[in-house]
Ligand binder design. Structure first.
Ligand code: ATP
Ligand code: ZN
Length: 284
């Protein structure tokens, strides 16, 4: 039985469960007990605070865990990232009062910076050759400059509106983070390693599906060559004739991030009736 630690409640919990559900793994645990077993896959889920997940995996209480990279780096445990999960994205930045003039990171020399992530910050300051005083606080970091306990802050930034409303501006992005699955690859016994491999195969199929779209369109037969050149597809696009003479239907798979750009090109090449559909799973 492979033991997977996930966040009990917070920003990563629903998305972790959703990903597992899309990988066909059902875990009935309406009251979120500490441990819950999947009914159709040899795994058990451990519901923990995210800060405790790296240590739990390191100590072998869980075999793998789902946690933000920021938390993994802050706790400093030597674990392998077995899979990047594409959700829980955020960045960690340095911010200073809006009125301050800022040229580069040397601004922080001799200053006091408030944060709940002292390790990540210290590593960054060391890399940048800056000597600053780190003030460790566990919450409400964004008010630290306003109440006069620090000159700057280092914290998670999502939209930046919290910074603005506290009179701060973001001056340096130190880290981009997302949820990752962590573990100790070599430590797993054979049966668990096989389960993990099967799980990763499914997670990758779900993630590839999320990153791509299925596209169908109608095109004049004369334009097929030009159109297929802009939509390569998994192997090559499917082209089927329509009942109406001189027209065909083209089906392909396209990366989500390029969809609009490609649609503009397809349009100008005479494509009509363009349909874009989600892909649930994708196995190459
Ligand atoms: P716990 O009670 O488990 O200790 P927490 O309050 O420490 O939870 P959450 O706020 O639920 O943590 O955030 C969990 C993770 O979500 C963060 O460590 C980070 O990786 C990620 N995350 C993504 N976007 C944001 C955001 N806007 N603010 C904070 N965390 C974010
Ligand atoms: Zn936490």
């Amino acid at each position: 039985m492979l033991k997977i630690a996930i966040q009990k409640s917070g920003r990563l919990s629903e998305k972790s469960l959703e990903l597992l559900a899309e990988a066909g793994i059902s875990v009935a645990n309406s009251d979120r007990k500490l441990v819950a077993q999947a009914s159709n896959f040899p795994i058990a889920l451990l519901y923990l605070r995210d800060d405790d997940i790296p240590q739990c995996v390191y100590d072998g209480v869980a075999d793998v865990g789902v946690v933000g990279e920021n938390v993994l780096l802050e706790t400093g445990y030597a674990l392998d990232v077995v899979e990047r999960l594409g959700f829980g994205k955020c960045r960690m930045s340095l911010a200073i009062p809006k009125s301050e003039k800022y040229d580069d990171v040397a601004w922080f020399n001799g200053r006091k910076i408030a944060t709940s992530y002292p390790k990540i910050l210290q590593d960054f300051l060391d890399r940048s050759g800056v000597q600053a005083d780190i003030h460790h606080i566990s919450g409400s970091v964004e008010i630290a400059t306003g109440v006069g306990i620090a000159d700057a802050i280092f914290d998670i930034v999502s939209s930046g509106s919290t910074l603005l409303s506290n009179g701060l501006k973001e001056v340096d992005v130190v880290l981009h983070s997302e949820a990752v699955m962590v573990g100790k690859k070599i430590a797993l016994e054979q049966e668990k390693a096989a389960t993990l491999e099967k799980l990763l195969f499914r997670l990758q199929a779900v993630q590839k599906g999320r990153k791509n779209k299925y596209v169908m369109l109608n095109a004049p037969t004369a334009s097929v060559e030009k159109i297929t050149a802009v939509i390569p597809g998994m192997k090559s696009p499917t082209v089927v004739p329509l009942a109406q003479d001189g027209w065909c239907s083209i089906h392909s798979v396209l990366p989500e991030g390029q969809i609009w750009e490609i649609i503009d090109q397809l349009h100008s090449l005479g494509a009509q009736g363009i349909l874009v559909m989600p892909i649930e799973k994708m196995i190459l």
